[in-house]
Design a protein around this ligand. Structure first.
Ligand SMILES: Cc1cc2nc3c(=O)[nH]c(=O)nc-3n(C[C@H](O)[C@H](O)[C@H](O)COP(=O)(O)OP(=O)(O)OC[C@H]3O[C@@H](n4cnc5c(N)ncnc54)[C@H](O)[C@@H]3O)c2cc1C
Length: 526
């Protein structure tokens, strides 16, 4: 079948573009070389934020757009995106003093006008300590308290965009690597794609979107006549994950690093604490990016300065991860000053109909997708439906999780805590897991002490495009991101897959090895 558009990349931007284009009536094929959300879109700070920091660089337009999109996501994905209170502690001698922070807060509120989250409040030292009891007392002058939002699992945000795209008719092909973009007479005509079994195929379309994140330039290199310049100037960022920090209270801490004045976050996340990030120029192959030991030490030292009572030894780190920001190339500029605004490049000279997405944020993926699909629609020249993504809830969206969980527990005989977890992770789609349990009681069996049940694995394969155990545990059930990196559920999960999906011994061994290889990548550098 021929398509109207091929989208390369199953990160947040590719998924958002595929959903928008399919909802408008385009025939869409999305190609992802690995599993969905395998790269930058999961190795980030997981914040849906206006980008307070960008105010320092005068990026008012980007902040306004981000705040608008934050509100849209709180409305259309309330099961995945939640309000998050943040505290900016103010210490004597910091680069950004009380007046600067207050001015920033005031402007942020102004740009958030009409939004649902509370306005900022300035606190004195006692108020700051009350809100965040573990904060260092030395030199603490007060704090600013404000709100942004958090997407605990961007993996599931990407998945739900792809599910919506597929529901609207898009053909989603995972483990399909684009090896070449085909051009004839100056026009793009399709791509050559290789699947994980090694067979190669040609997919045709008059429009191709290169949403390959940090791989954008590599993709362009496959053209017969590649552009003469590079568009991406990668910047790697590392996070560490440690135990829940009681002294953090219910807020995230947004602070200035003593070493270099860079702002960084300490965030309550997934029952633990996420600390990040670093920001270091990176020009290598994104597939081989790794953290330096010095990045881990930097994060531990800075967090330890703020919360001196907690354990910030290397042994306290459950795991770490690193991603490459696909920032626009800007040689010689300070990393932090490079714009986080995206741009969409039409490669008219090399291949009419080929577009590349440069930069962007998780937060603004929907508006980015709208902009891209508007441009595709104009080029296609066909009457299409208008963009509807700002008003369409994602497949699992629910504003009322409590009654849903109570109903699931009652109907399916599930423990209330299990039902609550299911609705928390899958939203309204948890009903599909309930149906599996009603059909086969054995699927209510717990997986280790994780709070998850066997039915989630079957659901991942049957209804969520998982192809391997690693897909299931790392990007569907999210059990691989627990403190033990999924070790406590591995054997149970393999047993469920053997019983319910018929995996033989060889398949189980291969799946175990595949999963362990993925979690090994989360081991912090020595
Ligand atoms: C450390 C860090 C912290 C961040 N924090 C935040 C934050 O808190 N909030 C926020 O809004 N943004 C944040 N960002 C930015 C945000 O994560 C990224 O801008 C966004 O995820 C980019 O998404 P993407 O879809 O363009 O790229 P990716 O998620 O990298 O997706 C690109 C996909 O293309 C695929 N691909 C590549 N080549 C091929 C090929 N040849 N064939 C098929 N598929 C291919 C890759 O496998 C990959 O899955 C952060 C980024 C980093 C690195």
């Amino acid at each position: 079948m021929d398509f109207d558009v091929i989208v390369i990349g199953g990160g947040i931007n590719g998924a958002g573009i595929a959903r928008d284009a399919a909802l408008r009536g385009m025939r869409v094929c999305l190609l992802e070389q690995d599993d969905l959300c395998h790269a930058t879109s999961r190795w980030c700070s997981r914040l849906i934020h206006g980008g307070l920091r960008y105010l320092e660089f005068g990026e008012l337009g980007l902040v306004r757009e981000s705040l608008h999109e934050r509100e849209t996501l709180l409305r259309t994905a309330p099961h995945l995106v939640h309000p998050l209170p943040l505290l900016i502690p103010l210490f004597a001698g910091a680069r950004r003093g009380r007046l600067t922070v207050r001015a920033g807060m005031w402007l942020y509120d102004l740009l958030s006008a009409g939004k649902s989250l509370p306005r900022h409040r300035m606190l004195d030292a006692a108020g700051a300590r009350a809100a965040m009891p573990g904060l260092a007392g030395d030199g603490l002058r007060g704090a600013a308290r404000y709100h942004d939002a958090q997407v605990v699992f961007p993996e599931r945000l990407v998945l739900e965009n792809l599910l919506a795209a597929a529901q609207a008719g898009a053909d989603i092909r995972l483990h399909a690597r684009v090896e070449r973009v085909l051009v004839a007479d100056g026009r793009v005509g399709g791509v050559v794609v290789r699947d994980h079994q090694g067979s190669s195929d040609t997919v045709s379309a008059p429009l191709v979107v290169n949403a390959a994140g940090p791989w954008v330039d590599q993709l362009l290199e496959t053209l017969d006549e590649p552009p003469r310049r590079h568009f991406i100037g990668g910047a790697k960022g590392t996070h560490i994950v440690v135990d829940r920090l009681p002294g953090l209270g219910d807020s995230a801490c947004y602070a200035e690093a003593a070493a270099d004045g860079r702002p960084f976050f300490i965030i309550p996340w997934n029952g633990m604490t996420l600390v990040g990030t670093t920001d270091i120029a990176f020009s290598g192959d994104p597939a081989t990016v790794a953290s330096d030991p010095a990045e881990i030490d930097y994060l531990l030292a800075e967090a330890g300065r703020l919360f001196p009572q907690a354990d910030w030894s290397r042994q306290a780190v459950h795991y770490s991860y690193v991603g490459v920001r696909p920032l626009p190339a800007a040689s010689g500029r300070d990393q932090a000053a490079i714009t986080r605004r995206h741009s969409v490049r039409h490669h008219r000279r090399e291949a009419l109909g080929l577009y590349s997405v440069i930069g962007g944020k998780l937060t603004t993926y929907r508006s980015l997708a709208e902009e891209v699909v508007d441009r595709l629609a104009r080029r296609l020249g066909r009457e299409l439906a208008r963009c509807s993504t700002a008003g369409s809830p994602l497949p699992g969206a629910t504003h009322d999780p409590l009654p849903l969980a109570a109903d699931l527990s009652l109907r399916c005989g599930l423990d209330p805590a299990i039902a609550t977890r299911l609705v928390g992770l899958y939203g309204g789609r948890a009903a599909g897991i309930g149906e599996l349990v009603m059909h086969e009681r054995g699927l209510a069996t717990p997986l280790g002490n994780s709070g998850a049940i066997a039915a989630e694995l079957v659901f991942a394969f049957e209804a969520e495009m998982a192809g391997s155990l690693a897909d299931c545990l790392m990007r569907r059930t999210m059990l691989g991101l627990a403190p033990d990196r999924g070790a406590g559920v591995l054997e149970d999960a393999l047993a469920v897959c053997a019983a319910s999906l018929g995996w033989d011994g060889a398949r189980r061994a291969a799946e175990r090895a595949g999963f362990l290889a993925e979690v090994a990548a989360l081991q912090p550098p020595a």
